[in-house]
Design a protein around this ligand. Structure first.
Ligand code: 26V
Length: 801
């Protein structure tokens, strides 16, 4: 334990102050009197970064000396958010930094808030990768994260057009990125297209185009600075930066063209996590970062070892969904074409290195690439894929599973066949993976599919986001729970104590007042901090059913108006989240929520008991603000559709109760907190499947529910669209007709559960008791536990600390 004692604190803060001043002068070229907020933030960043270097080098040297196996976590997305506060916390400098910065005349919180979010991801998959980086460093698991250094992260969202989502480019790299180290020496040439000359067993691929992949490293320090790993992101550049001949002829645009073209590969994060876009650029992005990573991995291995057959004992490559699925064929290509390994041996060797995590069962999100495109962009890889397919078919002649089918390459099947372990991300999801998408492959390869239920880092999501709750935890069970989160169960005896419950309630109340102040400042909406804060924050998807929530809101509003004196539990409904720019239905739902908010918030007769707020541009930083101030967590997806969810875990840990379906990790949350501390509703996954067999399930549900019918009719009558009866036609018609996500069939059950929530809210002390039980019993959802699972079951790596 390296808890800073009060005596050593001033020393450290003086030292840090000196270091900040040094960086202000020599790195930023500024005098303190002229330093801007940006200068101060950068100087602090660099001073803290200096402290991370020592554990970083130490970890690298220790791994090298022990010739340890390393994990390579390949992910198209890393949704990190801000880094500074987290790093300060991990190296134990929170008090010192606060003091040093204040002493230099700046407000610490303002300096932290100046850092842009690193939004290199869309949602759950990218945020999970970020939590994993934190846990791998905390556990001393030698690891590299590999991804793309997007110039533009996830788009910024505003509601500038009458409540419709408007997207603008995000620009986090406009300012210097204080954490990264550019590594020009770690550059690889990545080719595309061209031709293949077969040469006996091997082949020579001559690409037509090529770009340079250049490494940028960010150190990721773990809890208490004991270990640090590297996040290596690849940026694309042209091989020849500039066409001087064109420039000299006066054609300045043409002169810059090669550079512009090459850079498009790492220019922007695909903002779509709903549908596989048949986009050549995306395939190139995937190959670009995967091939650069594989080459880097082999270079590191070859520098230490001479026999490639030993690769699997030193290298574990994890494919975060199918986006890096080309890792299999690329590794085989390198082993066969560049090192002369026998094809079958190469496939075996590659498989022994590779793991694949599946994050979704949604058919439209399972990647498939046209064979024509794959052959054109990656001709040698297409040959290898076909050979893998043939030898798999030969080995299992009775079965009918193939990678290439109907002119498409199925990346899920490719990943499965090339991985030694395939995992789902929650208990339910893993069973569905076994029974549905990969049923045949599971029968051929029993034991290959394993479950690794997701988790979240308690450093960012409790310690950093909820300092008040963290202090109470430490006061109650002592220090050291941050990396032993299962210790939260020690809180349980204290919950019987009224004094503890009052403190717990007071912390929630203060977090809520802070949030209410922010909502007032940011959006000009006054909300009652004593009301229940009912929060749904996540990407917008029909399966996540934000429209179920807003329909219930409309019905509730009507009921309150009809029955004003019924003693309603006051609620603030809070929404947050972005929709993929091309996802019309999701954007219609966003628009509807904003319009419902406008109308309901203007109703002075219900003002005291119902408010709807939807702050734009939800991101990691906003989540850190909202979750600690939440009373009720909305986890209301159609059962069988949410692979896991990780927001659900953050809410429970921070003492919010869940209203939710039996979907994803909700199932495991409910098992842990107990059914009496969880508001369950809705059909199970198999009941949903049954329900869909009745073609008019939605119409029947509407007929059976006056409230639901009235809510839909209000929308259709133009109550939220200034009388325009056509505006939400697409949405309401879908609900009345197909309603694939069974919003209507689950509505009454949801309504009833919400009324149980109201009743429970009436007994505030008991609510607090249930909330505290949620915190005490969900320590299992630490991503440290998840990573320990991967290390034991998938990677076969033992921790270094
Ligand atoms: C698909 C695509 C398709 C092409 C365009 C870009 C893109 C980006 C992402 C995806 C797949 C997204 C899948 C995903 O985020 N799944 C979520 O993973 C979380 C972590 O395991 C899990 O908690 C959520 O339930 C699951 O929806």
């Amino acid at each position: 334990p390296t808890k800073i004692s009060k005596e050593t604190l001033p020393m450290d803060s003086t030292e840090l102050r000196q270091s900040i001043l040094k960086h202000l002068e020599f790195s930023m070229g500024k005098d303190l009197v002229h330093a801007s907020l940006y200068d101060m933030r950068m100087a602090l960043t660099l001073a803290v970064r200096d402290r991370v270097i020592e554990p970083w080098f130490r970890a690298t040297r220790a791994t090298y000396a022990a010739q340890s196996k390393r994990v390579y976590y390949l992910s198209m997305e890393f949704l990190i958010g801000r880094l500074l506060e987290d790093a300060i916390m991990n190296v134990g400098l929170t008090e010192a930094a606060h003091e040093a910065v204040a002493g230099l005349g700046f407000d610490f919180e303002t300096v932290l808030a100046d850092e842009p979010d690193a939004a290199l991801g869309n949602g759950g998959l990218g945020r999970l990768a970020a939590c994993f980086l934190d846990s791998m460093s905390t556990l001393g698991c030698p690891a590299y994260g590999y991804g793309i250094r997007y110039e533009h992260g996830l788009f910024r969202q505003s509601f500038a057009q009458d409540g419709r989502q408007v997207e603008t480019a995000e620009d986090w790299l406009r300012q210097a990125h204080g954490w990264e180290f550019e590594r020009p020496e770690a550059s690889f040439r990545i080719g595309f297209g061209g031709s293949v000359a077969e040469n006996g067993r091997t082949a020579i691929w001559t690409p037509e185009d090529a770009v340079l992949a250049k490494a940028y490293d960010t150190p990721i320090v773990g809890w208490q600075g004991k270990w640090a790993n590297t996040l290596r992101l690849w940026g694309a550049e042209a091989l020849t930066a500039f066409d001087l001949a064109a420039f000299n002829k006066g054609d300045f645009t043409a002169a810059a063209a090669p550079e512009a073209l090459a850079r498009t590969i790492s220019r922007v994060l695909y903002p779509d996590d709903t549908t596989e876009q048949g986009k050549e650029l995306r395939l190139k992005q995937e190959f670009f970062f995967t091939a650069a990573s594989i080459r880097d991995i082999l270079r590191r291995f070859n520098a230490e070892h001479s026999d490639l057959s030993g690769l699997p004992s030193r290298v574990a490559i994890q494919m975060n969904d199918t986006h890096p699925a080309i890792a299999g064929p690329e590794l085989v290509r390198a082993l066969v074409d560049e090192s002369g390994m026998e094809f079958d041996t190469a496939v075996e060797t590659a498989r022994a290195c590779l793991g694949y995590t599946n994050h979704t069962l949604m058919p439209e999100a399972l990647e498939r690439w046209p064979e024509e495109l794959m052959s054109r962009v990656l001709p040698r890889h297409m040959q290898i894929i076909e050979r893998i397919d043939e030898s798999h078919a030969k080995a299992h002649p009775k079965r009918n599973v193939s990678i290439v089918e109907n002119g498409e390459v199925k990346m899920g099947e490719l990943s499965f066949i090339m991985a030694n372990k395939v995992n789902g991300v929650s208990a339910l999801h893993t069973e569905l993976v076994k029974d549905t998408v990969f049923a045949e492959l599971n029968a051929l390869h029993p034991g290959r599919i394993v479950n690794e239920t997701n988790g979240v880092t308690p450093r960012r999501w409790i310690k950093g986001a909820n300092p008040r709750l963290s202090s109470l935890i430490t006061d109650t069970i002592g220090a050291g729970w941050e990396d032993r989160l299962e210790r939260l169960v020690e809180l349980e005896p204290a919950i019987a104590d009224k004094g503890f419950r009052n403190q717990f309630a007071e912390i929630k109340a203060r977090n809520k007042r802070d949030l209410a102040d922010w909502i007032e400042r940011d959006m000009g909406i006054a909300v009652n901090p004593a009301a229940m804060f009912d929060v749904q924050i996540k990407r917008f998807h029909e399966y996540k059913r934000q429209h179920l929530n807003i329909l219930e809101t409309i019905a509730l509003w009507q009921e309150i108006r009809a029955n004003p004196g019924a003693g309603w539990a006051p609620r603030v409904k809070i929404f947050g989240g972005k929709a993929a720019p091309g996802y019309v239905m999701a954007k219609e739902i966003i628009h509807l929520i904003n319009n419902v908010a406008r109308v309901i918030n203007a109703d002075t007769t219900t003002r005291d008991v119902l408010t709807v707020v939807y702050p734009p541009n939800y991101n990691v930083t906003m989540a850190e603000r909202l979750i600690p101030a939440s009373d009720l967590s909305e986890q209301i997806s159609t059962a069988g559709k949410e692979a896991s969810g990780t927001g659900n875990m953050k809410f429970s840990l921070n003492g919010a109760l869940t209203i939710g379906t039996l979907d994803g990790a909700n199932v495991e949350i409910r098992d842990l907190v107990g059914p009496e501390n969880f508001f369950l509703f809705g059909m199970t996954a198999s009941e949903v499947v049954e329900c869909r067999k009745t073609p008019d399930h939605a119409a029947r549900a509407i007929k059976a529910s006056n409230r639901l019918g009235a809510a839909i009719e209000m929308i259709e009558a133009g109550a939220f669209s200034n009388g325009d009866t056509e505006m939400y036609h697409g949405l309401t018609q879908n609900l009345r007709g197909h309603d694939y996500f069974t919003v209507c069939a689950d509505f009454d059950s949801y309504w009833d559960a919400q009324r149980r929530v109201d009743a429970a809210w009436g007994d505030q002390d008991n609510w607090t008791r249930m909330a505290a039980i949620n915190t005490a019993r969900t320590g299992w959802f630490s991503s440290d536990r998840t990573i320990q699972g991967y290390m034991a079951d998938v990677w076969k790596i033992t921790p270094m600390i």
